[in-house]
Design a protein around this ligand. Structure first.
Ligand code: ADP
Ligand code: MG
Length: 694
């Protein structure tokens, strides 16, 4: 395969635009992209026509405004290019207006009360910084989704706003440095993201026998297998041919759409894998990650596999997360978190680093909220994923340097004055000295931060909205101070020192999974929001930073809070009902049948033969089934109870009462599984699921 021609061949990218558009139109479009301005309709018309011609060549008959509603998936409504010309002839049409703006009936998407039902319309606007592409005969136009009054109904709009906020404040900082150190002017600062995506693969025939996986994305029952991940023989193990064929097709598919899928390997749990692309600008990374998740699912189906993106599909083995690698870069491509070689780069790096430390400390609750969901609650805080406590790992070397700066003391053998920022050249931080701590929720890994708390099924939008806004806020504060300064270099040192000493409590390089850290974090006053219901109210309590930077209005925040809580309660409600169905419709009949068989045998054997084995199992199964009945009725009653109307109270009922009742019911069913004949047990076992691909 000629990869250089193949990569992005279904994307209306820069090279295509340059070749298909008149030069002045191309220039106008590029200018709009770089400056983030609205597109002139005359330009849009020419672009739309070129895009249509190109898309038709690629086999497209339809176009869609592709958007990301607040439910976390992507949405699309397809329209044909076709129009009739009055002579019963079909013509193919696509106007600039249809390109830049689409109308959509928004009434069935959750909006958390943002959009009155009488005004059901929303509209989608082309995010021209994310390229259009052709997939399955349709031209996909990445868009943002708003209500008529401009309120954001999606995740993309606030993400773009947060990138703008960071751009604005970070530029003030780079301009200060540029004024004092060298004469260049950065025009734009973007944030970059490379998300590492974890997932499970299960043979589809086996998957289809698990209604819990199909309906809720995770197993609600299942006794532990005789072999889990204790042998640690899956991580980075050789990839089985059937999986390799699947991965190859995923990559080929993604490359066509311009997603630079780069690394792939087996993950920690049996049946678990990871894919990572090369990083790119955040809004595009977000689109690409949505496309990646969709592609994983679609390609899996073609290989008779099921791809599971849930955070915790199997109890007792590792769940799946998403590592959000994040940095900031200038329009010249300079990574602002690269320690650099010159005093100028060093000083600037240290200021940005200090800003991030402060931002993560001050906004730890919001970062925690951005990773909260019913699915992720099963991971965070158990010893496989970062704890629910936010902290930063910098590695020992960088921490020592920061300590030396803060205290003005010696760093290794160097004299303190040599450490004065802007004078010393910082040592390079090779990846292996910074990346050792895999337990940290927020780790510096050489030239970027890795935010590791995201769940595997998340859109990266939410966590990056928080990260960008939090950092923008600190940078604004820093810029306000430094722009007034009469003595930039010494005020810079003072600011860094003061900030480090106020916020160093957030730095922790040790084992985040340990019991001692829980105590230590509490002593340091770090927050520990254990689950989604604990975390979500912080979105409102601490949300002022979003309104301050124009990322969310108060109403938009309130709507997101309500949607997230509602989503949490609904997720658990559906899981509970699914459990009850499986118990009543599948487990109970199987248990009765098997008991009947045992009882018949005992009856037939009468006193003539020994029936101790049959009796042993019949007795234990009978006892356990009585317990199953009690647990089932308990859960049923809780589900039937009328719920508090206050949405937070209702969500609390799910976390405090219903989830534990589900666990009780599961424990009883799992014990039965170990007592029953496999032939009679209605669900494929954990062993069947985890080792289904041979
Ligand atoms: P790993 O963490 O698996 O050892 P890497 O550190 O090389 O692998 O990269 C992990 C992810 O981080 C990749 O998606 C990579 O593209 C991304 N990444 C690397 N540099 C940056 C950056 N400056 N900004 C954002 N993401 C980055
Ligand atoms: Mg990583």
């Amino acid at each position: 395969m000629d990869l250089t021609n193949y990569f992005g061949n279904m994307v209306f990218n820069d090279a295509v635009m340059r070749s298909k558009l008149p030069q002045d139109i191309y220039k106008a479009l590029k200018k709009t992209m770089i400056e983030g301005k609205a597109l002139d309709l005359n330009v849009a018309n020419v672009v739309a026509n070129a895009m249509k011609e190109w898309a038709i060549e690629k086999g497209a008959t339809h176009f869609t405004h592709w958007f990301q509603p607040m439910t976390g998936v992507t949405a699309e409504k397809h329209d044909g290019f076709i129009a009739v010309d009055g002579n019963d002839k079909i013509i193919l049409e696509f106007s600039g207006a249809a390109l830049v703006r689409g109308e959509s009936d928004a009434s069935s998407f959750p909006s958390g009360g943002l959009r009155a039902t009488f005004e059901a319309r929303g509209y989608t606007v082309w995010d021209i910084t994310s390229y259009a592409f052709v997939k399955d005969g349709t031209l996909f136009i990445p868009t943002a989704f708003c209500a008529y009054n401009g309120e954001a109904l999606d995740k993309k709009t606030p993400l773009l706003r947060s990138m703008e906020a960071l751009d604005k404040q970070a530029l003030r900082i780079t301009h200060l440095f540029e004024r004092h150190y060298k004469n260049i002017a950065t025009k734009r600062i973007i944030t970059t993201v490379g998300p590492e995506q974890e997932y499970f693969l299960v043979d589809k025939d086996i998957y289809l026998k698990r209604p819990d996986l199909i309906i809720t994305g995770r197993t609600l029952f299942g006794a532990p297998p005789s072999k889990g991940q204790e042998m640690e023989d899956h991580y980075y193990g050789s990839i089985k041919p059937r999986i390799a064929a699947f991965m190859k097709e995923v990559e080929e598919e993604l490359w066509k759409y311009g997603v630079a899928a780069k690394t792939k390997h087996n993950e920690a749990a049996p049946g678990q894998y990871e894919l990572a692309p090369i990083f790119t600008i955040t809004n595009v990374a977000c689109d690409h990650n949505q496309l990646t998740m969709e592609t994983l699912k679609n390609v899996a189906a073609r290989h008779n596999l099921a791809c599971i993106l849930h955070e915790k599909p199997f109890a007792g083995v590792n769940g799946s997360g998403k590592h959000n690698n994040w940095s900031m870069a200038t329009d010249a491509g300079v990574n602002l978190l690269e320690p650099g070689e010159t005093p100028f780069e060093n000083a600037q790096f240290l200021l940005f680093l200090t800003a991030i430390i402060k931002s993560v400390d001050v906004h730890q609750d919001l970062l925690r909220v951005s990773c909260a969901s019913a699915g992720n609650d099963h991971r965070l805080g158990s010893s496989e994923a970062p704890p629910a406590i936010i902290s930063i790992s910098l590695g020992d070397e960088l921490t020592e340097i920061l300590t030396a700066i803060e205290t003005g003391e010696r760093y290794q053998n160097k004299q303190p004055e040599e450490l004065e920022i802007g004078v010393t050249v910082l040592p390079h931080f090779p990846k292996d000295t910074t990346d050792r701590n895999r337990t940290s929720p927020f780790a510096f890994t050489g030239n970027k931060f890795e935010f590791r708390m995201l769940g595997s099924s998340f859109s990266v939008a939410g966590p990056n909205i928080v990260l960008n806004t939090a950092v923008a806020d600190t940078l604004m504060e820093f810029a306000n101070i430094l722009e007034e300064s009469k003595s930039f270099k010494s005020d810079l040192v003072k600011l860094i020192r003061k900030t480090l000493s106020a916020h160093k409590r957030i730095i922790f390089n040790g084992n985040n999974y340990s019991e001692e850290w829980l105590n230590e974090a509490e002593r340091r006053g770090l927050s520990n929001l254990k689950n989604t219901v604990d975390a979500l109210p912080k979105l409102i309590e601490r949300g002022e930073v979003f309104t301050k930077h124009g990322v969310f209005t108060e109403q938009e925040l309130q709507s997101r809070y309500e949607i997230l809580l509602d989503n949490y309660a609904k997720t658990i409600h559906i899981e509970a009902l699914t459990m009850l169905d499986i118990v009543k419709l599948q487990i109970v009949p199987a248990v009765l049948k098997y008991q009947n068989e045992l009882a018949n045998l005992i009856d037939k054997k009468k006193a003539d033969f020994d029936s101790s084995l049959e009796r042993y199992f019949l007795k234990n199964i009978s006892e356990e089934s009585a317990s199953l009945l009690t647990k089932m009725l308990d859960l049923q009653e809780l589900c039937n109870e009328s719920k508090p109307t206050a949405i937070l109270e209702s969500a609390k009922l799910y976390s405090d009462k219903i989830l534990p009742a589900m666990l009780d019911l599961r424990a009883s069913a799992d014990r039965l599984e170990t007592l029953m004949s496999k032939e009679y047990w209605p669900l494929p076992s954990y062993g069947d699921l985890l080792y289904s691909v041979i």
